[in-house]
Design a protein around this ligand. Structure first.
Ligand code: BEZ
Ligand code: FE
Length: 314
């Protein structure tokens, strides 16, 4: 058997990776500092900062919880199952982040609320980029099931000026609380209740749909087990998703929540904000407040979105 060369380890010309004092015999009180010290040669200051904070907080968690070996292994197995559950259409790690409030924390850090612009909330796992573009007024519901709803509003900048030609992507669950991407035939979803619209010259958009229903997030995997163990329900209140953009503006990711929906005060992913909650109005056949024709009584959901201007790079 040929021996592998071991280089100059322990010699006078140690590599960066082997630099520093002898590191051995760690115990509960010394291991954290030793690991943090080992990270001093990270490839960038940011990589060092993130790695050191990760070790500090992870070790503090372990010191607080003091897991048994079996509990620690159960944690490893939980994360392993979470990874195995992920596919192109099922992102169990994002769901874990959502249900632990981490996604909304990252959102809050990155979107400090300016009074004048529409608030943001979670993207969720059911967005498909490049949805089919449809003419204003299209009915995006293809199943003919559910209570009819008209959605209308405007897209403006923070001075109140309309933004013409903004793209408005929308997606929502059906009357049973299921997204089209969750109902696949031979692996392919049949697109339903999702579309892209463009605002007109007055910054207006409108479309026909059905009133959304509350629904449980996918709870047949490790995150569902976690929610059960935590004594929590898995539901989101009824909402319609929007992603809205225009050149020169930050892309807005948000929802409109329906005011009297079950779970409006206990959203499993902590996404509800007062400014995004709207009551469904009653719309008789005739014209909507914005002048759009309605042939049968419907619910009406109205909202004026305000986009933030793109931040200038310093
Ligand atoms: C959603 O609203 O589509 C969603 C958000 C977070 C987790 C699961 C679903
Ligand atoms: Fe949703």
């Amino acid at each position: 058997m040929t021996k592998r060369a071991v280089g100059n380890r322990g010699g006078a010309t140690k590599s960066n990776r082997d630099r520093g004092p002898v590191m051995r015999n760690f115990n509960e009180n010394t291991i954290t500092d030793a690991v943090i010290e080992r990270l001093a040669f990270a490839t960038s200051p940011r990589a060092r900062e993130i790695s050191q904070a990760l070790v500090r907080h992870l070790h503090a968690f372990i010191r607080e919880v003091r897991p048994t070996q079996d509990e620690w292994m159960a944690g490893i197995e939980f994360l392993t199952r979470t990874g195995h559950m992920c596919t192109d259409t099922r992102q169990e790690f994002i769901l874990l982040s959502d249900t632990l409030g981490v996604s909304m924390l990252v959102d809050a850090i990155n979107h400090a609320h300016a009074e004048t612009t529409t608030e943001t909330t979670v993207l969720g796992p059911f967005y498909l980029s490049g949805p089919p573009e449809m003419p204003l007024g299209t009915d995006i519901s293809t199943q003919g099931k559910g209570d009819p709803m008209i959605v209308e509003g405007t897209v403006r900048d923070s001075t109140g000026a309309p933004i013409a030609g903004a793209w408005v992507d929308t997606w929502q669950a059906d009357a049973d609380g299921v997204y089209d991407v969750q109902r696949t035939t031979n692996g392919a979803p049949e697109l339903d209740l999702r579309a892209r619209f463009r605002t007109d010259a007055e910054g207006q958009f409108w479309f026909r749909s059905i009133a959304p229903c509350y629904y449980p997030v996918p709870d047949d995997g490790p995150v569902g087990e976690m929610l059960k163990a935590q004594g929590r329900h898995a539901n989101r209140p009824a909402h319609v998703h929007f992603m809205i953009g225009a050149p020169g503006f930050e892309t807005l990711v948000t929802h409109l929540f329906i005011a009297d929906s079950p779970y409006i005060d206990s959203d499993v992913v902590f996404g509800v904000k007062d400014s995004l909650v709207r009551s469904l109005e009653t719309q008789p056949a005739g014209l909507t407040p914005a002048g759009h024709p309605v042939d049968a009584p419907s619910s009406l959901l109205r909202y004026d979105f305000v986009l933030a201007g793109k931040r200038q790079e310093a």
